[in-house]
Write a protein that binds this ligand. Structure first.
Ligand code: UT7
Length: 331
């Protein structure tokens, strides 16, 4: 009997309406459009406005669209995995909030905290549930409301991040158009360079942690940049080698959208030309766990069954990894 494998059978995304442009950022911090564009590739990002609106608002919209597109009812869903570092609350998990919002009464769910690599960690984990043969419909969400943990007086971080969420459906297949391979890594020593210090059990919220701006992202950008360039390029090259993929037979690189220069370095290392690299950083910035499903959503209409996709990400933790999959359907 052929082995059961997991295929992505649909993708949908959601970005909020509010557009925060480089020009508006110029009025907030000492920066300029030319610096941001040349150093990062970002022109604008989306921001979720409104009191009491968390990541689940965007994730729910993405999942509702996904159910509609894949002709799935909420009660058919077995599992919802939500990759996010900006959950609505510390607990319950945002996956549970989304399940309740859509009425997925037969599903269990949990969150994955792996920052920018969260979606690929979720994709691998979700695919293993499908491969077990016990689960038929698994939703993997990647989404973050980064604006909730950004200091808009810190020009080193506020220009990069944005809000958004995307989701994919995983279902069993016996075809070769499936999630083929994955390599994941993490290194906790990276916490020194990219973290949000307070709000967890080590430093719970106090007036002092708020006054010291410890509930926002701290990033040593240049150090993270160096690790990102090396590790993302290395792991993408590694997955190509392990699967006998040459630059010619990779159809698409689906890279985490942190900085255009990191994306270019990864593509160069893989020997790929620009036409094969998915990119939307200019419109959304870095939506952390949201970048990869949002890319798949944006490029869905150009994907064909059998296309070879290499996903690659690097982020807070440090966490990084790569997934090789063969796209399963024609849009
Ligand atoms: O997704 C999670 C993982 N994160 C990443 O992968 C991000 C990795 N890092 C980066 O993308 C880049 O390091 C940044 C975009 C964050 C910064 O770019 P950089 O080229 O590494 O700049 P830098 O931090 O080395 O700063 C260069 C100069 C400094 O001025 P001096 O000291 O040379 O006079 C900064 O003060 O640019 C200055 N600068 C700015 N100038 C205008 C820093 N931020 C800004 C700004 N506008 N927003």
């Amino acid at each position: 009997m052929a082995q059961t494998k997991a295929a992505i059978t649909g993708v949908h995304g959601y970005v909020p309406d509010y557009v925060l442009t480089n020009q508006e950022l110029e009025t907030m911090v000492d920066t300029n459009d030319e610096w941001i564009t040349s150093r990062t590739g970002i022109k604008e990002r989306r921001i979720l406005k409104g009191e009491g609106k968390g990541t689940s608002v965007m994730a729910t919209e993405a999942v509702k669209g996904l159910l509609e597109k894949t002709n799935t009812t909420a009660d058919e869903i077995d599992l919802i995995i939500c990759a996010t570092i900006t959950p609505d609350m510390t607990f319950p998990a945002t996956a549970n909030v989304v399940a309740a919002n859509i009425g997925a009464t037969n599903a269990f769910g949990y969150d994955i905290s792996a920052a920018c690599s969260g979606f690929i960690y979720g994709l691998t984990t979700g695919s293993k549930f499908i491969e077990s043969g016990l689960y038929k419909k698994v939703i993997v969400i990647g989404g973050d409301k980064m604006s909730s943990i950004i200091d808009y007086t810190d020009r080193a971080t506020c220009i990069i991040f944005g809000d958004g969420a995307g989701a994919v459906m995983l279902e069993p297949t016996e075809s070769d158009n499936c999630i083929v391979d994955s390599i994941h890594r993490s290194d906790g020593k990276g916490a020194e360079f990219l973290r949000m210090k307070a709000g967890g059990s080590q430093y719970p919220a106090t007036h002092e942690t708020v006054d010291n701006r410890e509930h926002v992202v701290y990033q040593d950008g240049a150090t993270v940049f160096k690790f990102a360039v090396t590790n993302m390029a290395d792991i993408a090259a590694q997955i190509m080698e392990r699967n006998d993929l040459s630059a010619e037979n990779v159809d698409w690189l689906v890279p985490h959208q942190a900085n255009k220069r990191i994306i270019d370095a990864t593509a160069n290392r893989m020997g790929l030309t620009e036409e094969k690299v998915m990119m939307n950083i200019e419109r959304y910035g870095n939506t952390t766990a949201g970048t990869l499903p949002l890319l798949l959503w944006d490029y869905e209409s150009r994907l064909k069954a059998g296309d070879n996709l290499v996903l690659a990400a690097f982020g807070g933790g440090f966490t990084w990894g790569s997934v090789y999959l063969k796209w399963a359907y024609n849009a």
